[in-house]
Design a protein around this ligand. Structure first.
Ligand code: CP
Length: 311
C-alpha cells in the first residue's frame, strides 16, 4: 500500500490505513536514528525546499534533519531574507523556486490553506508544516506515533487536549487523527478559547479541568499562544494558570498509565509547571525525536509516488 497523494496537506485527507502506513514506515526509520551512522541513501537525487514563512524551531530542524538522514538535496528559504519583502507574491516566489526543479516543497505559512493554494499551482509535492490555525499534520502524526509506543491500541484510549484550542492547528489535526484511529478525545479550556463547532470533529468539550482529565491516559497540553491573546480571551495569565495550568497534583486525577505530551514551545509556569515539564511521565522530548522518523517516513512515501509518476 502507498499514499493516495504525493501531497500531505492535512490529516483530513488521510484514511486510517494511510495513517498506519506512515506510522509503520516511521518505525523502520526510527531504528536508523539509533545507529552510529544515521544516514541512508533513500532520497538520493530528490531535492526538497523548506519554505518557512513563519517562525519554527522543532518542525524546521526536524524536516532538515529528516532530509539529511535520507540523503536528499535541500534548500532552505526564509521569508525574512527573500524577495517577498520587495513585494513579490507567494505564488511567484514558489513558482520561481519550483522552476529550479524542486521535487518536494515543505511549507509553513500563517495563512490557513496556503499549502493547498500552492499544491493546486505547482507540480512539486507539497507538505504542510503548519498553516495558520488550520492543520499541522506532521505534528499529529508524530503525536500518534508517540502514543502508540506507550499504548497497544487506540481503541478505548482517552486523550484530553487542554489549553488554547481556538488558535491551535495541532488540536485540530490531533483530533482528526485520533478519531480516525478510534480513540476518545476531549478538549478543555476557557469557553473563549474553545472554537464554535469543535464538537463536530468528534471531541467532547469541557471547561472544567478536573472533570475533563479524570481517568485520561494521555494529557496533551497546548501552549497558551500569548501573541494571539489580544482579543481579551482570558482575564489574566495568572487566572488562566490557576484554572488550567497543570501541576503535579493534577496528575493524580489521570489514569495510572498516563503520559503527558506537549507540541512545544512550552510556556513553563503558564500551562505547565517545571515539575510536570520535566516529569518522568512527560514524553515531550520523545515526541521531538520521533518527529524526525515520522518526517522521514512522509518524505519517503511522497518521493516514492513522485518516482512512480516519473516512470
Ligand atoms: N511543534 C511545533 O510546531 O513547533 P515549532 O513551531 O517550533 O515548529
Amino acid at each position: 500500500m502507498s499514499l493516495k497523494s504525493k501531497n500531505l496537506l492535512g490529516i483530513e485527507q488521510l484514511s486510517k490505513g494511510e495513517i498506519f502506513e506512515i506510522l509503520n514506515a516511521a518505525t523502520s526509520f526510527r531504528k536508523i536514528l539509533d545507529r552510529p551512522i544515521k544516514k541512508v541513501p533513500t532520497l538520493r537525487g530528490i531535492t526538497v525546499a523548506n519554505l518557512f514563512f513563519e517562525d519554527s524551531t522543532r518542525t524546521r530542524t526536524s524536516f532538515e534533519l529528516a532530509e539529511k538522514r535520507l540523503s536528499a538535496e535541500t534548500v532552505n528559504f526564509s521569508a525574512s531574507t527573500s524577495s517577498l519583502k520587495k513585494g513579490e507574491s507567494l505564488r511567484d516566489t514558489v513558482e520561481n523556486i519550483e522552476a529550479m526543479q524542486v521535487d518536494i516543497v515543505v511549507m509553513r505559512h500563517s495563512a490557513p490553506g496556503a499549502p493547498n493554494f500552492l499544491a493546486r499551482r505547482i507540480k512539486s509535492a507539497v507538505i504542510n508544516a503548519g498553516d495558520g490555525c488550520h492543520e499541522h499534520p506532521t505534528q499529529a502524526l508524530l503525536d500518534v506515533y508517540t502514543m502508540r509506543e506507550y499504548f497497544p491500541t487506540f481503541e478505548g484510549l482517552r486523550v484530553v487536549i487542554v489549553g488554547d484550542i481556538k488558535h491551535s492547528r495541532v488540536a485540530g489535526s490531533d483530533i482528526r487523527a485520533l478519531k480516525k484511529l478510534g480513540a476518545s478525545v476531549a478538549v478543555c479550556g476557557p469557553r473563549t478559547l474553545l472554537p464554535i463547532g469543535i464538537e463536530k470533529l468528534g471531541a467532547e468539550v469541557y471547561s472544567d479541568l478536573n472533570k475533563a482529565i479524570k481517568g485520561a491516559n494521555v494529557l496533551y497540553l497546548l501552549r497558551l499562544q500569548l501573541e494571539r491573546q489580544h482579543g481579551g480571551y482570558i482575564p489574566s495569565l495568572r487566572e488562566y494558570t490557576q484554572l488550567y495550568g497543570i501541576d503535579v497534583d493534577k496528575l493524580k486525577l489521570l489514569s495510572d498509565d498516563y503520559i503527558v505530551m506537549h507540541p512545544g514551545p512550552m510556556n513553563r509556569g503558564v500551562e505547565i509547571t517545571q515539575e510536570v515539564a520535566d516529569h518522568e511521565r512527560a514524553v515531550i522530548l520523545e515526541q521531538v525525536t520521533n518527529g524526525v522518523a515520522v518526517r522521514m517516513a512522509i518524505l519517503y512515501l511522497s518521493a516514492s509516488l513522485i518516482r512512480d509518476l516519473e516512470k
